[in-house]
Design a protein around this ligand. Structure first.
Ligand SMILES: [Mn+2]
Length: 345
């Protein structure tokens, strides 16, 4: 059955888009490159940042990843000796490179450091940027499953010979953002790039997967079970939602940055088209993650609520309590389900 959501989900490409070749040319001229992944770093943001950093260093270009937060435990190897927390790393001669996001609002308190840089470049695969930040050069490709795919293509444009650390970063980025090659964003190119990594001596995807997926803390497993146990359904079982409160984190001992995978468990329930997780981030702040399986445009829902993301994976933050946030989001989702499926729920 072909549903209209598919067509609506097709996103317009940005008009101003530099090629990765042009960006490679610019990076080669840089005295120093400092890379800014989005806050609450995930596998793709870190994989993109460290692979590009290592690639530039292999060409003799002074490069760093600037972070002001710790990397989640299972992604620690993506640090790869690249990260610095020193804001003085950026001066007016520095080329600043934003990756896996395209707005200063996504880099938190590092914004001032980014804006201090000289030339600014952005490489991203999100379609719904806030549009509040201009860059000297940008390459935004919403059809790319992972920003790490773009990182691979950039490294090829730069003429970098991939080493094991770069391959590990790229694979971690591609595999996490494509949901282990299962999400609808996965393309032939996603697989072809992953296949190319096998040419790198010593590359072992199982070893990378073990690091990323087989180092859960027991407390995060308890947190996950709690969310599943309390999950609630709407729209005839097509919508499932769950919540994570500050109290839950305290009770289970889990960290908020360990809860990212829980939504996938809800998504894997038979008959579910969309899953939502509400994360209480303070007394009046709720972070909302949304996923869709095949036809619902959650990107549009997130955008209406002041957030963004992709067609089938998006999120937003709401400055209100959990009790207020839930009906607001669920109502918007229900509306979108009716638009995209032309059914009444
Ligand atoms: Mn990404």
């Amino acid at each position: 059955m072909e549903l209209p959501g598919r067509i609506q989900g097709k996103l317009e490409m940005k008009t101003k888009n530099n090629s990765l070749g042009e960006i490679a040319g610019e990076l080669k001229k840089a005295k120093r490159v400092v890379i800014f992944p989005h806050m609450n770093v995930d596998g793709d943001a870190m994989g993109t940042a460290s692979s590009i950093c290592l690639g530039l260093r292999s060409l003799g270009i002074d490069s760093y990843v600037y972070l002001d937060e710790s990397i989640p435990n299972n992604l620690d190897f993506l640090e790869a000796g690249c990260c610095t927390g020193d804001p003085d790393i950026v001066n007016g001669d520095t080329t600043v490179l934003m990756v896996d996001c395209s707005s200063v609002s996504r880099i938190g308190r590092r914004k001032d450091v980014f804006l201090r840089g000289g030339r600014s470049i952005c490489i991203d695969h999100h379609s719904t940027g806030e549009g509040d930040t201009t860059f000297d050069m940008e390459h935004i490709e919403p059809d790319s499953a992972a920003c790490s795919e773009l990182a691979y293509l950039l490294l090829m444009e730069l003429g970098v010979t991939l080493d094991l650390a770069m391959a590990n970063s790229l694979f971690a980025g591609i595999s996490t953002d494509s949901g282990n090659f299962q999400y609808s964003n996965t393309t032939a190119r996603t697989h072809l790039i992953a296949a190319k990594l096998f040419d790198v001596p010593g590359f072992d995807p199982k070893a990378v997967s073990s690091l990323v997926y087989e180092r859960n803390s027991f407390s995060s497993m308890k947190m996950s079970s709690l969310v599943v146990e309390r999950a609630r359904f709407m729209c005839g079982g097509k919508l499932v939602y769950g919540e994570i409160t500050m109290d839950d984190l305290e009770r289970t001992g889990a960290q908020m940055n360990e809860t990212d995978g829980i939504i996938q468990r809800l998504m894997s329930i038979d008959g579910v088209e969309t899953a939502v997780i509400f994360k209480e981030n303070g007394p009046d702040l709720v972070k909302v993650s949304m996923r869709a399986r095949s036809w619902l445009n959650v990107g549009d829902v997130a955008q209406r609520l002041g957030g963004g993301g992709h067609v089938r994976a998006a999120g937003c933050s709401l400055k209100m309590g959990l009790d207020q946030a839930e009906p607001v989001v669920l109502d918007e989702l229900k509306k979108q389900m009716e638009i995209d499926s032309q059914e009444k729920f």
